[in-house]
Design a protein around this ligand. Structure first.
Ligand SMILES: *Cc1c(COP(=O)(O)O)cnc(C)c1O
Length: 221
């Protein structure tokens, strides 16, 4: 019952333009179903195999978001059904997503992950790499991917000022991206930033999609 209460409470505080991804990694299907029964239809997972098992077992009107780091050789396992891939950080990965999407005759939405934290363990692109990828994407015949925005993770710290600076930096890149000419392949509208500990701040800084796990489902081991 707590899951439903947590979910509804968080949802009631989100502005209308902000989408909630319920991050259900490591949690059993019974927990996810509790959120589903409370109306949640977007779930985020960070392991392709776990996400696929849940996709197979659960109702088909769920949108599955891959929020973790993606290895190219595993894209094929989610290409049939994944709804949004948050962590795209190379042209090679985009090419593989495109190839696998083609096999299923669909277009897969992707977010490019930007490096905004000062932590070596986090993945992502800098602004130059972002521009390089965008240029390449326009030149190549990638008909089965669509870049719909950016994703970023702030430093794991209690320093709210630092987190805010990192979020505002990501928002500024997002704003610049939106000034670029829109094409079939580039339609930026989503800025995925904010987790349980910092989503309110992220929304203040312009987030349109928050990825919330532990505040809904409780802590993970
Ligand atoms: C686990 C995870 C989250 C959710 O984290 P919580 O602190 O539990 O809300 C969000 N984004 C990514 C990329 C994650 O891996």
């Amino acid at each position: 019952m707590l899951i439903k209460e947590n979910l509804l409470k968080i949802k009631s505080t989100l502005p209308e333009n902000v989408t909630l991804v319920a991050v259900s990694k490591t949690k059993p299907i019974s927990d996810l179903m509790e959120a589903y029964d409370a109306g949640q239809r977007i779930f985020g997972e960070n392991k392709i195999q776990e996400m696929t098992e849940k996709w197979e077992a659960m109702p088909k009107d769920i949108q599955w978001h891959m929020i973790g780091h993606v290895q190219s050789n595993k894209v094929k396992f989610m290409a049939e059904y994944v709804s949004l891939i948050h962590g795209v950080d190379s042209l090679k990965l985009l090419e593989e997503i495109n190839k696998q999407a083609q096999k299923h005759n669909r277009v897969i939405d992707c977010l490019l992950q930007m490096y905004i934290a000062d932590e070596e363990t986090k993945f992502g692109l800098d602004e130059n790499e972002l521009q390089e990828i965008l240029t390449q994407v326009q030149q190549e015949k990638l008909t089965n991917i669509r870049i719909v925005g950016l994703m970023g993770m702030a430093t794991f710290t209690k320093e709210l000022n630092q987190i805010k600076e990192e979020f505002l930096y990501l928002k500024s890149i997002f704003d610049k991206l939106q000034l670029q000419p829109k094409t079939e392949k580039l339609q930026p509208k989503t800025l995925s930033m904010g987790m349980s500990g910092d989503y309110q701040l992220a929304i203040e800084c312009g987030s349109t999609m928050v990825r919330i796990g532990s505040s809904i489902f409780g802590g993970r081991k």
